[in-house]
Ligand binder design. Structure first.
Ligand code: F0G
Length: 457
């Protein structure tokens, strides 16, 4: 008999989690103004809000924590981290930051000006926020296929080379750089192919532009290249990652994802001028250059995390679990962004809650229903997160309206995946009874989803 697939690790420490009653959850959800970010963690049974900073560190990472050098300047932990990053990416210049959006803030403070246009593939909301708050434009050049959730193609996160070329031909002097997000979170954790990165490089070279990789999930992207793209099956994840970065000029990184640490980020680049420019903003915003918002101990843990998570076994275990969750949804006929992405499953709420008008936010409604059903917390990646158009102030209903169920790295078991899928099935089975959604009572101007107050209709 062939042996079944199993995790590439065993568990050394556990953390209890608690169930609750539907009545309790009804009250908690109301108190939280129907915003899942406003719940307390202990009110959640299985937390699929994000895969960011929620992973479980390994014994090697915890051991490394003890070796942290907390010197203000010249910390040896910084040099351990820097050497690891240079080995994995080929980038010589490294600036640590407290998380990914801080890396964006520091680098974009140097590069993005009022009127700039930054083309890329579905900029993440903080990336878009840091561009738009500088009165610049985040121009989405993702392939159109990404919008068809039922279409099954291997690299649905790709940049459309035609859209990119058009943007550069029309706005050349306004473009400070191109940004490619790997994997493409907003489009459903969808990967970008090496071929596509090569095409982006060629267009960038033609117009004399530089390329930044938003690398939060670069290792998962490398896993998909290895398992899906011709010519990469026999290459290691580290070889593939190095090749991906060889096609870029620099990166912003949220280490809370593929670095498997609870907090941290960095900028890395091959260009001294970018380093010198960003340096000026790191010191006032983040901290001195050899810690930039991170503890020595966290830099040590990150160095180990980056090394571990660019190994095939670790990534295979992770992606396998996300695929297992997706296989259960297939069984129940629940539509999601196909094929399932690296870090999460994105339920197509528009196709589930067909009776809830888009003005009443179907994906947010589905997130609320799932929480009420079983205490499973997901997150809306849809019309609320899309914010309003900065000029017209209208809601942006042009994109997808998805319920994202993130899978934390090395945290839950496949049994938890079964609970999530069963809870979703129960909501799915009564979908036609759900005809009303929510309305906004209060919202912030930017990144409103974190603090929005809603009323159930
Ligand atoms: N880029 C991408 C692609 C991201 O997914 C995130 C964060 C960031 C940048 C910002 O990094 O949180 O460390 O400041 N994504 C989290 C999520 C929050 O839930 O998807 P950060």
């Amino acid at each position: 008999m062939e042996l079944p697939f199993a995790e590439s690790w065993r568990i050394k420490m556990v953390e209890p989690i608690k169930k609750s009653t539907r009545e309790e959850r009804e009250q908690w959800m109301k108190d939280a103004n129907y915003n899942l970010f406003q719940l307390r963690a202990e009110q959640v049974y299985i937390d699929c809000l994000t895969d960011s900073g929620t992973g479980a560190m390994s014994d090697r990472q915890w051991a490394a924590v003890m070796m942290g050098d907390e010197s203000y300047a010249g910390s040896s932990s910084f040099f351990h981290l820097k050497d690891t990053i240079t080995k994995i990416t080929g980038f010589e210049y490294v600036i640590p930051t407290h998380q990914g959006r801080a890396a964006e803030n520091v680098l974009f403070s140097h590069l993005v000006k009022e009127g700039s246009i930054v083309p890329g593939n579905s900029h993440f909301d903080t990336t878009k926020g840091h561009i738009e708050s500088r009165k610049a434009v985040a121009l989405d050049c993702t392939i159109d296929e990404a919008k068809d959730t039922q279409l099954e193609i291997p690299f649905k996160g790709n940049v459309d080379p035609k859209k990119l070329e058009k943007a550069l031909a029309e706005h050349n002097e306004k473009v400070p750089f191109i940004i490619v997000t790997v994997t493409n979170n907003t489009a459903g954790g969808q990967p970008v192919s090496m071929q596509n990165l090569r095409e982006v490089r060629a267009i960038a070279d033609k117009y004399g532009k530089r390329v930044v990789l938003d690398s939060a999930r670069f290792a998962e992207n490398a896993y998909f290249i290895k398992t899906r793209e011709e010519g990469y099956a026999d290459k290691t994840i580290k070889e593939i990652a190095l090749e991906m970065f060889s096609l870029a000029d620099g990166m912003t990184m949220s280490a809370k994802k593929d670095g498997i640490v609870n907090m941290g980020g960095f900028i890395a680049t091959r260009h001294e001028d970018w380093y010198e420019g960003a340096k000026r903003f790191c010191i006032p915003f983040e901290g001195y250059l050899t810690y930039g918002g991170m503890n020595g101990r966290d830099m040590e843990a990150l160095a180990v995390g980056l090394d571990e998570n660019t190994e095939f076994d670790n990534l295979e275990t992770r992606i396998h679990q996300v695929e297992f969750l997706a296989s259960l949804l297939d069984e129940y006929g629940i539509p999601y962004q196909r094929p399932v992405g690296g870090h999460a499953l994105f339920v197509d709420a528009d196709k589930v809650l067909t009776k809830v008008p888009k003005e009443e936010f179907p994906a947010q409604t589905l997130a609320i229903e799932l929480y009420l059903e079983a205490g499973v917390r997901g997150c809306e990646i849809g019309y609320i997160l899309a914010d309003r158009d900065p000029v017209t102030r209208e809601n942006r209903f042009g994109g997808l309206d998805l319920l994202r169920l993130c899978v934390a790295r090395r945290v839950y078991t496949d049994n938890h995946m079964r609970v999530i899928a069963a809870a979703l099935k129960n909501v799915f089975d009564r979908r036609d009874e759900i005809t009303r959604g929510v309305e906004i009572v209060w919202e912030a101007e930017l990144m409103r989803h974190f603090t929005v107050k809603l009323r159930r209709l």
